[in-house]
Design a protein around this ligand. Sequence first.
Ligand SMILES: NC(=O)c1ccc[n+]([C@@H]2O[C@H](COP(=O)([O-])OP(=O)(O)OC[C@H]3O[C@@H](n4cnc5c(N)ncnc54)[C@H](O)[C@@H]3O)[C@@H](O)[C@H]2O)c1
Length: 310
Amino acid sequence: MTEKILVIGASGQIGSELTMRLRAKYGNESVIASDIREGGAEMMESGPFEFLDATDKADILVILHKHEITTVYLMAAMLSATAEKHPKKAWDINMNALLYVLEFAEKGLLKTIFWPSSIAVFGETTPRDDTPQKTILEPATVYGISKLAGERWCNYFHDKFGVDVRTIRYPGIISWKTMPGGGTTDYAVEIFHEALKKGSYECFLDEKTKLPMMYMEDALKATLDIMDGEAFDTYVAYNVAAVSFHPKKLAKEIQTILPDFKITYKPDFRQQIADTWPRTIDDSLARKEWNWKHDYDTTAIVKDMLKNLS
Ligand SMILES: NC(=O)c1ccc[n+]([C@@H]2O[C@H](COP(=O)([O-])OP(=O)(O)OC[C@H]3O[C@@H](n4cnc5c(N)ncnc54)[C@H](O)[C@@H]3O)[C@@H](O)[C@H]2O)c1
């Protein structure tokens, strides 16, 4: 059977680039983009798009039937910083949409699901350096709670009903095509835009807040790689890591290209979220089991971001 893919939440930071990558791999007509809002011109014009609210179970079913979908990439979510402002709505979006697609897969309507988790599943009781694959998971944010519950539901549907659902715990994703959607690591994207526009940036995290990050190219590679090949015997929400830095280090890297760039710090509520997240991640299991490997270090990310944005 030919692969027919539905990307839910396709207009967002990751979804928009993932859709283009999937269209390049499987053909434009085989990848249906969907969201509650339109995406960028490249995505809207290169293939089919459906307006779809991921919290509407009946509507998802209509789209699955209409396009004979075999695989769903469920990217729609409310991210960490926004979720703290709208906890119930965040729970509704982050949880219900996942349960719906898992149920559709259980009924045999879908072959495979990709559902991303996050480093937000970890909390302040988790070891923050080289955070292991298996460790204490006591997230304190609504977003982290929803991602942890999501992982457990994926595991449940996998073990009980044989649903082929695959998960990566993304770190903060850095990209230049689309602005980030309300996460705690957004500073690492905003900083490039402001550096080029104003020559300065006021950072909402303090200078020593070290967090795991990844360039979009690597995030897309990890996503496509985990979806390639046979289903896994065991459900694992894989740790994947690339780089880790704090704002001061990122600013220093930017200054090697833009020497006059200035950074100031004014931590806000996102500091409290960041303080519960890991500094570095142990992703050796993903590296061993499906040969995960990142290509972009911090220097390469900074160079590529500034080149593309200027
Ligand atoms: N970007 C990151 O740094 C990061 C890190 C870890 C995990 N993730 C996860 O990756 C996934 C994608 O993240 P992103 O950064 O692209 O997020 P984003 O906020 O940029 O995009 C999410 C998209 O979902 C859409 N959406 C929201 N509610 C919807 C609904 N009810 N129905 C349909 N669409 C809806 C939004 O319009 C938006 O286009 C999310 O699950 C997120 O939790 C992202």
